[in-house]
Design a binder for this molecule. Sequence first.
Ligand code: CA
Length: 226
Amino acid sequence: MRLLIIEDEAKLRSVLRRGLEAAGYVVDEAEDGQGGIARALDGGYDAILLDILLPDIDGFEVCMQLRRAEVWSPVLMLTALDAVDDRIRGLDAGADDYLVKPFAIGELLSRLRALIRRGRPPRPAVLTCGSLELDPATRSVSWDGHPVELSRREFALLEFLLHHRDEVVQRATILRHVWGVRSDEQSNIIDAFVRNLRDKLDRRFDYPLIETVRGVGFRLRCPSNE
Ligand code: CA
């Protein structure tokens, strides 16, 4: 089993290497994000241990670039940041699990075993609506082959609507799934994001892509001839 450690703290790197080698793994190291990406692109790692705070680009970016380059080795993120938001960001970026520093080597080994047992994460399917394509794996959106830049939340909203294409989705449901909010008090935040999506997408279609269903919610309309 081959592992790649991407971690800038030399001391932690060598502790990890010793622990992992003692458990029978073959270990390669990188001390920054770009170096890690270069090694990972060479491929063949059964898992990648990825620190979040790195000197050049952060671990989220490393993970996203790897997935974009179709590198599907399972990624275990290591971080001192114990915020729910970072956990979600890590998983959004395509990481498979998350371990908070400081951790015991035994805990790391058991997480690694679980991760490797699960195998490579399946590549998520590309979602389409006419000539609009959203690729959850590479976190990219294109219309007729032209890239469309979306913010993280706009992306999440569009992804959710695509999963429910041609259905009327209630505001409360959108809030719960895209914002993680349970009450619909903040229901008008959706409107701003829908407006942004319309600005970026609707002008490319000859009909409104996102319909407002008054008093209920929204519907993403897709051409039926596909
Ligand atoms: Ca670090």
